[in-house]
Design a binder for this molecule. Sequence first.
Ligand SMILES: [Zn+2]
Length: 257
Amino acid sequence: MNPPVPPPPQVDAAGVWSESAYAQFIFGGGKCIVKKCRRWTDRFPCSYALRMRVCSEKCETLLYRNYDKTERKIENVYLTSCAIPGKRGLRKIGQAQRMHFRDWLPYDERDMTKYPMYGVSAIGTADNEWFSARNITEKRPERPPVAVLRTRDKLQMEYKLRAEALPRIMNNAMALQKWSDEYAASRKSVDQINLAFIKKVVSTREQIPYRALMRTRIVHDAMESLGRSLSKFDIRSWCGIRAVAIRQYHALPRGRR
Ligand SMILES: [Zn+2]
């Protein structure tokens, strides 16, 4: 693909970092981060390091609620650059022991804030992990929910690996931001070329208005999938869908032809 996708970061810490998972993460879509929405979207993530995506402009506004551009800070239910959010009164314990994630937790790569902008739920997960490890080690009865049970020593070892991976993850996220801007520009020009092809070649050849052609499901889908892979629409792609497209064109309501 041109522009080529940056290679995945090399990460020795636990987690899924294979090539295929990486491609899936970028191209495979995911759920919108906004809690009331959670709609599936195939948009690219807005932050690759935080692994967050939104489905629409409206959800984007919700995600950045309370973003103070002048002060370069944010604090809402999704993102924070200000304080460590208090969960279940943990704030009262004091900040010192809550710095456990500062060396390794990925933050937003877009440099929108003065201090690193973290995902609030990722901090919550990191907290659970920390308290779980402490409780296991000190044989306390409480067990906060965690994906992997670890003692404090095991967790410290994991932190070390994650801290090593952090600069790689951040560099990769920045490279992906740059790549997705370039991709968006290429996509725009491919879409224009493909539309011109439908207009000038297909429409003339078939004597069907191009707007009507664009209203058929199959042409719409073909444009979408060719656009996504930055491929050109050509006579071969048209011949492959022609029969269905003509049928769908005739099935359009009269006013939409
Ligand atoms: Zn949404």
